[in-house]
Design a protein around this ligand. Sequence first.
Ligand code: SF4
Ligand code: FES
Length: 375
Amino acid sequence: MSEQNLFKVTIDNITIDVPAGTTVLQAARLIGGQVAPPAMCFYSKLEGSGGKCRTCLVEVSKGSEKDPRPMPKLVASCRTTVMDGMEVKNITSEKVLDARAGVVEFLLLNHPLDCPICDQAGECHLQDLSFEHGKAETRYEFQRRTFKKHDLGKNIQLHMTRCILCYRCVFTADQLTNQRVHGILDRGDHAEIATHIEKSLDNEFIGNVIDVCPVGALTDKTFRFKNRVWFLKPMDAHRDCPTCSGRVTLWNRGDEVYRVTARKDQWGEIEDTPDGKPGWICNTCRFDKKETSDWIIEGPREISRQSVIAQGHYAGNIGTTKPNETFKAVNDGRAPHLLMDIHDESEVNQPNIHLGKIQGPSRGDTFNTNNTHKA
Ligand code: SF4
Ligand code: FES
């Protein structure tokens, strides 16, 4: 691109040159860190996304070099393209922080606070947003919305009460599959994700709606209630898949594969493959390949230190090889007085029981000797 097509934009006092046509949000992401506004509905890999949730509002304090007047209202950064000489305030604007707190309050009006049982907990964008901008209490006194249950088929679970109507899953179905069977039905506070009438979502690429959903409205039925994401070890892996890129993240505990997802970048979006295409994955890789032997493991996935998933996730070889330190070496040179193997004694955690294959949470009867969950 020639130099005259580059626009200078200053966001939170940091100046950057970006090609004409770049949105304020994308320019802020190029700067990175806290300067990038949160985005609950925009998804750079989905055409037409953005403009729904208003979490990405910013203040334009100078319109451009030619017309320096500030914009009268806060604007959605995912839908506003930069002008040459534009000056934008994100975290340096009181107005923006105040508006964002208001947006979070609105998003949480009907959203249930069921994080303790929600599979998305630990990787939920709304949870992060509430933590950073939310208030401790609600001013809403009315009953929250409830919905009739819709079954979306054998792989995808819909929890409509958690949905924030971002439309990402609708764009995903439109752009990755040849026939979209779900959408947003009705209007206003009756609007809901559903199929017409009671169809199942079974296109080979439809599982990607789980990865794009910013909250726990669409979750993986093969993983539901099996484990918390912060107890799992994300590992990069690939397989020679005839349908998709085959590049995934395996979520393991020990040698068991609990969940398979596409690889995500620092913005929580699908990562590109080395040939520059979005790394969407197919249903076979996501739902059916749950054995370590199905995959070629590349190594532990880098996890941001700020993420709750980083707790218990050690960089290095843990997860692929056994640690070789002795007990003495990790215990300040002190040898233990007594070591007891409680597994022999109590017969808990029987290695012949494959927790990843249990339908639902494990209970006492899971460990009965005549159980059917053998590896
Ligand atoms: S189900 Fe998820 S991805 Fe779809 S509109 Fe609701 S929040 Fe967005
Ligand atoms: S991310 Fe911009 S409006 Fe939702």
